[in-house]
Design a protein around this ligand. Structure first.
Ligand code: CTP
Length: 394
């Protein structure tokens, strides 16, 4: 990491959109980033080294064979805080996904574990090709943020999804990963996470497999974007959450009490916790002998979200669901029944997702078409959901 934490490598792939990255470079510099441009050798067919050197004010190299005594790919990688790869062609995405290191840019990416934003631009047939779809999924699962290309007119006469996004959208996404995006400043976010435990006796409980990793990712992303964050945490790791204020709870009823107190003052509620649907009618004060543990009588817990939905004023409410079948139908009916604005439904068939760093599923909103997400990191999903919340907050 550099001493300023603002050192950026702007990687340029061999697409015609390379010329649009001249503007991206300018905007990054205006925002105070120190930018080194690293083009792939073939991208120089579109924009030459002289242009990049003049605009960046820094030397431009494309291969690891220059200044070999300095081992440039390792020293540069160590000195870089963020990568922005724009445009990224199908070939460059494939090379990164496969861990190739056949030019300076791919070697740097392989030698560095700092946040990386990839901005694809290519023909829709290449973007939608199964090979590219899989490569993008691989990168997202490894924590790369891959923007969706825009839809519209392409270099030729045809159109579709594959256009290089607008500079402003690229800068906004980049600011989100660098922590410069403050679009939630002044907003209060209430987030629940983990899984409630409903005690049977002093040693046993009814619980679930929620790890709280998604709630952690949401709390940290919201904090970075300037929000005041209150996390109601049920049996999850709450270490290292900085300025997030944390209320630990055990049961669904305790979580409900804290929510009822805090909900009115929040701007966005994200109900990420797995709330137990039922609790034992009686909680034994002493440990129950196994010979007496033949059946447990249960009573339903209140639906916390549905209850808050009736109190909702201007708040944006985001719910989660975990389903194994009929994902969209089940999630849509929960969205409506619980008065939500947005719901993310995890596809948890085959035990996937719980405790993992990545997820796959669908985002459903009241006004927009459904978005399918194949293998995204929980960090990336957190920012995608916050983008939706920001849009709905207006
Ligand atoms: N939820 C809640 N209170 C409950 C149960 C769930 O607030 N008692 C919230 C969860 O935090 C989640 C959303 O409702 O954001 C959907 O949870 P889910 O368990 O998928 O739905 P349920 O309504 O419990 O329906 P079912 O378990 O029958 O699928």
């Amino acid at each position: 990491m550099s001493s300023t934490t603002r050192e950026v490598v702007l990687g340029i792939g061999a697409g015609i959109a390379a010329y649009k990255s001249c503007d991206v470079l300018r905007r990054l510099q205006e925002r105070g980033y120190c930018v080194t441009v690293v083009p792939t050798p073939s991208s120089l067919n579109f924009v030459g080294s002289a242009t990049w050197e003049a605009l960046s004010g820094r030397p431009v190299k494309t291969q690891v064979w220059q200044n070999v005594d300095e081992v440039p790919h390792i020293s540069m990688a160590d000195n870089t805080d963020f990568f922005l790869i724009a445009p990224a062609t199908a070939d460059l995405i494939a090379r990164i996904a496969h861990g190739r290191a056949d030019d300076l840019l791919s070697a740097l990416i392989l030698a560095s574990d700092v946040p990386k934003l990839i901005v694809p631009a290519m023909h829709p047939k290449m973007w939608n090709n199964a090979a590219t779809v899989d490569n993008v999924a691989t990168l997202r699962a490894r924590g790369f943020i891959v923007m969706e290309p825009d839809t519209g007119r392409l270099t030729g006469s045809d159109s579709g999804q594959g256009r290089f996004p607008e500079t402003s959208a690229i800068i906004e996404s980049f600011d989100a990963i660098t922590g410069n995006l403050q679009d939630l400043k002044g907003k209060r976010l209430l987030i629940t996470g983990g899984g409630t435990r409903e005690p049977i006796d002093p040693v046993r409980f009814i619980g679930n497999s929620s790890s709280g990793k998604q709630a952690r990712a949401l709390a940290l992303a919201a904090l970075r974007r300037g929000a005041t964050v209150h996390l109601i945490a049920a049996h999850m790791d709450t270490s290292g959450l900085g300025d997030v204020s944390i209320t630990p709870v055990q049961t669904a009823l305790e979580m409900g009490d804290v929510l009822n107190k805090e909900f009115a003052a929040c701007d966005v509620l994200i109900m990420c916790a797995a709330v137990a649907d039922a609790r034992p009618v009686q909680q034994s004060t002493g440990k129950i002998k196994k010979s007496n543990l033949t059946s447990i009588q249960l009573q339903e817990n209140p639906d916390l979200l549905a209850g808050l939905g009736t109190l909702k004023k201007d708040q944006i409410m985001i719910g989660f669901a975990a389903e194994t079948s009929d994902l969209v139908e089940s999630a849509r009916s929960k969205l409506l029944a619980k008065g939500l604005d947005i719901i993310y439904v995890n596809d948890v068939s085959n035990g996937a997702i719980f405790g993992k760093d990545s997820t796959q599923g669908m985002i459903l909103t009241r006004t927009h078409s459904d978005i399918a997400l194949k293998e995204v990191s929980k960090d990336a999903l957190a920012n995608i959901l916050l983008d939706h919340a920001v849009r709905q907050l207006g």
